[in-house]
Write a protein that binds this ligand. Structure first.
Ligand SMILES: [Fe+2]
Ligand SMILES: [Fe+2]
Length: 235
């Protein structure tokens, strides 16, 4: 579904629909508890709830002695999945992300499914660069719609650049794991992607470990939230 439906027009429509951020106001821990109602079927290799996954990833980052902004990033990185609870189908929320408006890379997982994407019939989108310029920077590239981009907009003005970058591109596996789409990136992207790779090792590594205990961890993480993202956020 995702490979077929994520077109330039779809991404633009979803941005208009959700980036007004006028659905709900919630603090971070409240959003974590809200998200915990969701069962994510894209993730069969973890038995953990959404809240447990966030706490476990943050625990792993903390144990590794990473900076506090990075622990916070781990704690919130999947909160954008609350889009599912706003009625969005999972294929439009979770899964790998990729640029639209240019040729789909063969390094995107299941790339053969792009054959059914209507943008394949649009000449302007069919070349290596499509509607972009060489080295434009990912900032200037439209990425398929999902929980990464949504959460990025929710916290955009309030976290360090590195944190925002990890949040925004952690599902862009073709880039940070496979090295695809380098021609759309600038120097800043190449530097920042190192943080995404580091983050990714915790996001995956932590799957299948012992069950974390969100209740025990709560007061520590409330302090961390109060430091970076106090009060309510607009969702
Ligand atoms: Fe994620
Ligand atoms: Fe995750």
């Amino acid at each position: 579904m995702q490979h077929r439906e994520q077109t330039v027009a779809f991404v633009q429509a979803k941005r208009r629909e959700f980036l007004s951020l006028d659905r709900r106001r919630m603090g971070v821990w409240e959003a974590m508890e809200f998200l915990d109602r969701l069962v994510d079927d894209s993730d069969p290799d973890t038995q953990l709830s959404q809240l447990e996954h966030l706490v476990q990833t943050a625990d792993a980052v903390r144990r590794a002695g990473q900076p506090r902004w990075f622990i916070l990033t781990a704690l919130i990185h999947d909160l954008g999945k609350i889009l599912c609870l706003f009625g969005e189908p999972q294929w439009a929320v979770v899964g790998d992300t990729f640029p639209v408006g240019c040729e789909f890379s063969e390094k995107v997982v299941y790339h053969e499914l792009f054959a059914a994407n209507p943008d394949r019939g649009v000449a302007a989108y069919g070349t290596r660069l499509g509607i972009y310029e060489e080295g434009a920077g990912l900032d200037n590239v439209l990425i398929s719609w999902g929980h990464d981009e949504y959460l990025y907009h929710v916290v955009k003005d309030r976290l360090p650049d590195e944190a925002l970058y990890v949040i925004r591109y952690h599902s862009f596996y073709a880039a940070h794991r496979e090295g695809a789409y380098d021609y759309l990136m600038n120097e800043r992207d190449r530097q920042m992607l190192a943080w995404v790779r580091t983050f990714s090792s915790f996001d995956l590594y932590s799957k299948g470990d012992d069950r974390p205990n969100p209740t025990a961890a709560r007061s520590d993480y409330e302090d961390l939230i109060a430091e970076f993202l106090p009060g309510e956020l607009a969702w």
